[in-house]
Design a protein around this ligand. Sequence first.
Ligand SMILES: Cc1cc2nc3c(=O)[nH]c(=O)nc-3n(C[C@H](O)[C@H](O)[C@H](O)COP(=O)(O)O)c2cc1C
Length: 365
Amino acid sequence: MSALFEPLTLRDLTIPNRAWMSPMCQYSAAVEGPEQGVPTDWHLTHLGSRAVGGAGLIMTEATAVSPEGRISPADLGLWNERQQEAFGRVARFLAEHGAVPGVQLAHAGRKASTDRPWRGGAPVGPEEHGWRPVGPGPIPFDEGHPVPHELDEADIRRLVGAFAAAARRALAAGFKVVEVHGAHGYLIHQFLSPFTNHRTDAYGGSFENRARFALEVVDAVRAEWPEELPVFFRVSATDWLSENPEDPREGWTADDTVRLAKELLSHGVDLLDVSSGGNAPRARIATGPGYQVPFAARVRAETDLRASAVGLVTEPRQAEEIVASGQADAVMLGRELLRDPYWPNRAARELGAAGRWPHQYHRAV
Ligand SMILES: Cc1cc2nc3c(=O)[nH]c(=O)nc-3n(C[C@H](O)[C@H](O)[C@H](O)COP(=O)(O)O)c2cc1C
């Protein structure tokens, strides 16, 4: 029996296995006009291939809740009808092939308006379809980045509403899981971390104040999402700053993550998708196989919240061990699934479990 290929039931939703596709931006939508932010044939084929490959859950790339929340002008969005319709086609296809369709809702905050990575990823201005980013304060992400517009309380209320509206559209499009992107130095993480949040109002200062925006977003999304379906939250478990003796800059820590996990649970979140980093340029990160698994394991050991692990999980037996040992309830696969869309079906064969090959391919199984 393989733990990786055991179904997982969250609320009334059963996810057929625990090998899931991690959200990965494709930077491949139209940058202007009516098709702006709309999933294309690329997204359908890219996500669809991984459903055919046997992943239990497919998480879309960071999908912006408003235009200025896109990381690049070519990101997907879910703020209008046309986008909702096109996402409907994607979600339907994923479900038809046995994968649970999940959508990651995001706002990039001060890290928005950058070029596609393969063109260098530098900030872009209006001449290249860019815009002035927003953030918790007027502090740029890094050298060469613009000074963000500091959000006031009315802006924050509007953004919380944008997350709720996008969740409503995601549900109408057929998604069964919604994930709030609170990681990787994007807007919610910018509010959470003392490294990026220097506000003196109700949204800054104490842990409670820094977590206020995240929890307001979660409450707004939860209110739109049916009781019987799960909500996920992606967190960066650490900024890799104050916990590193060689980098004393004050940041978000693994202890903060455990504390936040308990809050999220009481606000109706069902699973914490545990990543790390992204908030502080030049933070020193000790990567290696499964390097973020211990953060997920802490959440599982110290709270009642479910957790998934992500980051350099590439081998079937490694993934099996993570789930079987109880370090995480599921694994998210990123780059390995880009290299091999059939990884889950290949892992199932290696672990002696039943994969999920489409009928059309049965002569090859
Ligand atoms: C091309 C690419 C795009 C990504 N886009 C996102 C994203 O939209 N949202 C997110 O939370 N993480 C994103 N990530 C991070 C992945 O989801 C994952 O956490 C990371 O790659 C580590 O897992 P891996 O070692 O299996 O690749 C991206 C990673 C890659 C390689």
